[in-house]
Design a protein around this ligand. Sequence first.
Ligand SMILES: *Cc1c(COP(=O)(O)O)cnc(C)c1O
Length: 429
Amino acid sequence: MREHRQNTMCLHAGYTPGNGDPRNIPIIQSTTFRYATGEQMGALFDLEASGYFYTRLQNPTNDKVAAKICALEGGTAAMLTSSGQAASFYAVFNIASCGDHIVSSSTIYGGTYNLFAVTMKRMGISFTFVDPDCTPEELNAAFQPNTKAVFGEAIANPALTVLDFEKFSKAAHDHGVPLIIDNTFATPINCKPLSLGADIVIHSTTKYMDGHANAVGGAIIDGGRFDWTRYPEKFPGLCTPDESYHGVTYTQRFGLEGAYITKATAQLMRDFGSVPAPMNTYLLNVGLETLHLRMPRHCENARRVAELLQSHPKVAWVRYPGLPSDPYYKLAQKYMPNGTCGVVSFGVKGGRKGAESFMAGLELASIATHVADAKTCVLHPASTTHRQMNDTELQNAGITPDLVRLSVGIEDIDDILEDVERALSQVTP
Ligand SMILES: *Cc1c(COP(=O)(O)O)cnc(C)c1O
């Protein structure tokens, strides 16, 4: 199909129906695929022919939706996972194993922090968490000889820090490792990490991409530019034969554009099996079709809410990278000039108690462990998503006990503003 602009890609990328084919991406709800001869199937197992044989490894519905997300991010290959957590895990584990080390921004999603600092640490992978606003010298000092990647979030959930792509990609590339970016909050509509120095992008598609709280899911997109073969001793999994796959060397067989994703599919999806259901992928695609319409509305509504909060006497502080007074406004203007996201963080006067009483006063906004959804929702991270962290860890992750994370939806802005105002008026100082 002809190359289209981003808004058109949201509708059409990844699937071009032939004459008489279904207009929508068909849901191929089948675990398995039939072949006439054993030899044909054998060639698939050897990665010598391409074709479907078992949905854990590849499924036509999943592949078409992955291709759409790949096109939106400007990547060369992509895969879907059953959750954002699986995407983060695969993205790192695909190039790091026991004895290796990762440099990560400290302001990342709580679930990712736990995955890295607790669970992957138990697998023998160590992490150094750096303040995203550290100096280049401090960032360089975090690297070790066994460092295999740098990880960060384009806009951090829930801290709303905007990553300095230039600083992070330079440090990663100076040390011969890729930069992996979680682009969940900005989405490819507002930010294109692969064009800003990132090498691999991951998503929790559960959030804006799906957009309607229908299905948990994740995605990994490879930009295809990081040259693993320059550092064969660092990335043996990509540059030397895989004995568990008939001696295939991924970079040789699939090139820089396909090696990383093929390895992640052939090894990690084969062995861990976090495959999304085709039905969920279908729902994700319905969300993707309107992503380009929803994101500008989320941003516009969030800016209005942030302005209201900023001028409200019961609000201690507001963080929204789309506000000119925000410390990350400049970076946001540089890397996502069309908008950031719909999430606003703020502190209600009265600390933890103030936050809780504000939340109790909301009627339209739902209290939900969810974010980046069409419907406005609200969360108190210190008592929910980040409750495993102690106060120092919370502080390092950019979260204070009074922080309320308001995910502004696409309802009528006047209804949202009224709801926030009513709830604030009920907060007793
Ligand atoms: C939600 C979220 C994740 C985890 O994704 P799940 O789909 O819930 O597994 C990862 N990163 C960010 C930024 C998120 O908001």
